[in-house]
Write a protein that binds this ligand. Structure first.
Ligand code: GLY
Length: 347
């Protein structure tokens, strides 16, 4: 069962139209970036009541206070008040930032998230995490607030490059691995191109929203959604520092393998299970090249993770396939061992 503010639809225009009419909003602004205004906005534009479009630059490097200031200025110039609504048409970055702008403007106005990337549909647009980056820290300033509606339309996936699809797919793999063995077996029998997106998106929406309902502010259970992300984030930062940016999904996918290796050594999963995980992920993502001399540096980056307590790295580890546990203390040696394991895998 999906919560009332989460809807998957084949026909987003008419649904939005009805929702906005019912909401009785006195002003509607649509927040887009240069890609979504071109590829996604035309699909909904004929169905929207009178509205104004605000466009900002796409990309993580624009998830800043400066872009927020630009959005708040536009909202102010449009004289938007508390009866206005902001409809955010974009991926994870725009959803987090647009939602943050709406949730703080005049102490909060309604906002709608309409995710346009796989990552945003399967993960970022569900669960009310909003925010922006600050200095070099990701999502450093933000809050939890639910949109009045998240409207998921898988048709937008056709507007994405293969790389964007692959990046979001890691979150879908993560959801299957930590919640549903049967789904994992179906998923791993198909290539990226063959996946039944509507089925997978419904599963992600149901699973994630049920976790979020039980633990909205990530005191416990919600932490399982960070599977693959402890080592994944460290790999992302490592490659970024070396001037060789990788996709978030590539990092998370490699993180899922490395963390599964730690789970195997802690007798939480079998040799066969880690074999399955590694084989499928490598087939979809290929392998990141790591230098042995950098393992310790990557392990040290894991200590920066938000989920840790003090200097203890706390990770999410799979317990078989379809289940996971969180707050698992993991040593630097275990992380180094997991990176070495990953690096010696054969494609
Ligand atoms: N992306 C993980 C979460 O929303 O909690």
């Amino acid at each position: 069962m999906l919560p009332a503010n989460l809807k998957l639809t084949d026909n987003p225009g008419p649904y939005l139209n009805l929702f906005l009419q019912k909401g009785g909003y006195n002003k509607i602004a649509v927040l887009t970036d240069e890609n979504t205004v071109k590829h996604c906005y035309p699909l909904i534009q004929p169905h929207l009541p009178e509205h104004v479009v605000i466009t900002v630059n796409s990309g993580e490097e624009f998830k800043t206070l400066q872009t927020c200031a630009h959005i708040w200025e536009q909202m102010t110039d449009l004289a938007m008040d508390r009866h206005a609504v902001l409809l955010v048409l974009g991926g994870g970055v725009l959803g987090d930032m647009g939602g943050f702008c709406a949730a703080t403007y005049k102490r909060g106005i309604d906002f709608i998230l309409m995710p346009t990337t796989l990552l945003a549909m399967a993960d970022a647009s569900i669960g009310g995490k909003l925010g922006i980056d600050f200095r070099h820290f990701k999502n450093h300033i933000g809050l939890f607030k639910e949109p009045v509606l998240t409207l998921i339309h898988s048709g937008f996936l056709k507007t994405l490059s293969q790389n964007e699809l692959r990046s979001g797919f890691a979150e879908v793999i993560k959801h299957a691995l930590i919640s549903d063995r049967t789904l994992w077996n179906e998923l791993r029998s198909k290539s990226l191109e063959e996946q039944p997106w509507d089925v997978l998106l419904r599963h992600s929406a149901e699973f994630k929203s049920s976790v979020v309902q039980q633990d909205p502010t990530e005191k416990g259970l919600r932490k399982i959604l960070n599977a693959g992300h402890t080592i994944g984030h460290a790999l992302e930062s490592y490659f970024l520092k070396s001037g060789n940016r990788i996709l978030h999904g590539e990092a998370v996918a490699a993180g899922l393998i490395a963390e599964a290796f730690i789970a195997k050594n802690q007798n939480l999963i079998t040799d066969e299970e880690i074999g399955q995980i590694a084989a499928y992920i490598l087939k979809v993502y290929g392998k990141l090249g790591l230098h042995e001399k950098d393992y310790a540096q990557i392990a040290a980056l894991c200590i920066q993770d938000k989920k840790n307590r003090g200097n203890t790295v706390l990770a999410v580890l799979p317990e078989g396939i379809g289940k996971a546990r969180w707050d698992c203390a993991v040593s630097e040696e275990e992380i180094v061992g997991a990176l070495a394991f990953y690096n010696t895998l054969q494609i």
